[in-house]
Design a protein around this ligand. Structure first.
Ligand code: NAD
Ligand code: DAU
Length: 339
């Protein structure tokens, strides 16, 4: 089996490649990634020279390049992680989100139709459902919840989901979609809440909490997400959508305080800053379908996962320190300077 993983130099794609290597060592993996600011080839350096692994620097919007790769490698399965993934950046510059997340997905699906695949899997997000109110803890996102997006990022992911379902119905593309809640774990780019707070706390820098920090996210350890996608590839029904989440809702402020505690840093580092525009209040996934149909359950609870994650950032400074000292500093100034 040959699996084409797009966006594999990013956070979840990289973790997925290691998951597949461990659980299906007989499979060949090709990683296609254009190495945007969020892609980091050092994540994959331990396996770059392995015989059944190939890295290809390519943009999913490059139709000719993508067709050439499919012609040469004839992948059996395509898993699309490649995306612009950060909400704040989408508020600043929406266009690249539409190009990569929608048109890039279309190019990949056209290649799948032209060359034939057993499965095209689209890695989507719970953000396509919009948000839930804080005073209705009884409400959860199911696969039937209407799409109701808030940010240019989530709108681009919802558009891609609709296109995937259209390709399934119109052309019979054997496609599946997963919509996962917030991930955390090793190799996450330090612009996202948890790694940003860990990196800032370790450098005794202010911890910028948006608004009052009362927004709720439903956190899942990244390996549990990878396991769910692997199950969907093996046992999921073509045309099906699966929500993925571990019923682990937490307020942002509680996460930041926990990180301070684990690192022995004072809460006085916490700085409340201007809120994100259109900020979603609460995400909460109902994972009943993937549990019922595929037997998926998360394995890592938040208390273990966050300790493992903090430990990973402590042990892998050489992975993230070059990021926070490089071009990222300009982004940080732009994003947080005037808040
Ligand atoms: P990430 O930003 O860490 O990685 C994205 C990767 O895609 C990078 O390696 C980047 O170089 C690559 N990429 C971007 N544009 C590309 C292009 N045009 N062509 C080829 N490669 C390109 O993202 P992530 O957090 O790992 O998210 C992966 C996927 O999972 C995304 O589709 C995202 O929407 C989805 N998702 C993320 C989360 C989360 O909590 N991070 C949760 C649910 C779903
Ligand atoms: O729910 C899945 C989504 O989770 C994915 O689709 C996205 O790709 C991923 O980025 C993530 O989106 P969020 O916007 O929820 O993640 P982020 O880490 O950016 O923010 C988490 C919460 O923390 C959110 O309420 C905003 C807040 N926040 C974030 C940052 C970066 C802060 O308070 N301060 C910050 O500096």
């Amino acid at each position: 089996m040959t699996i084409l993983v797009t966006g594999g130099a990013g956070f979840i794609g990289g973790n997925f490649i290691y998951y597949e290597r461990k659980h299906h060592p007989e499979d060949s993996i090709i990683c296609l990634d254009s190495l945007t600011y969020a892609g980091n080839l050092s994540t994959l350096s331990p396996i770059l020279d392995q015989p059944n692994f190939r890295f290809v620097k390519l943009d999913i919007r490059d139709r000719a390049g993508v067709y050439q790769l499919f012609e040469a490698e004839r992948p059996d399965i395509v898993v699309n992680f490649a995306a612009e993934s950060h909400v704040d950046r989408s508020i600043e510059s929406p266009e690249i989100f539409l190009q990569t997340n929608i048109l890039g997905t279309q190019v990949l699906m056209d290649a799948c139709r032209k060359y034939g695949v057993q499965r095209f899997h689209q890695v989507s997000t719970d953000e396509v459902y919009g948000d839930l109110p804080l005073d209705r803890p009884d409400l959860f996102f199911t696969e039937e919840t209407p799409l109701h997006t808030s940010s240019p990022y989530s709108a681009s992911k919802a558009a891609a989901d609709l296109l995937v379902m259209a390709y399934h119905r119109t052309y019979g593309l054997p496609a599946t979609i997963s919509r996962c809640s917030n991930n955390y774990g090793p190799y996450q780019f330090p612009e996202k809440l948890i790694p940003l707070m860990i990196a800032n706390a370790l450098n005794d820098k202010p911890l910028p909490v948006y608004g009052q920090g009362l927004n709720v996210r439903d956190w899942l350890y990244v390996e549990d997400h990878c396991k769910a996608i692997d199950l969907i590839l093996q046992k999921g029904r073509a045309g099906a959508i699966y929500n993925i989440g571990g019923h682990n809702e937490m307020k942002n402020i509680d996460i930041v305080k926990l990180i301070c505690k684990e690192l022995g840093k004072p809460e006085s580092l916490i700085t409340y800053v201007a809120d994100r525009k259109g900020h979603d209040m609460r995400y909460a996934i109902d994972p009943a379908k993937i549990h019922r149909e595929l037997g998926w359950l998360p394995e890592t609870g938040f208390s273990d996962g966050i300790v493992k994650t903090i430990g990973w950032y402590l042990d892998h400074r050489s992975w993230w320190e070059p990021i926070v000292t490089g071009e990222y500093r300009n982004y940080y100034k732009r994003m947080y300077g005037g808040r």
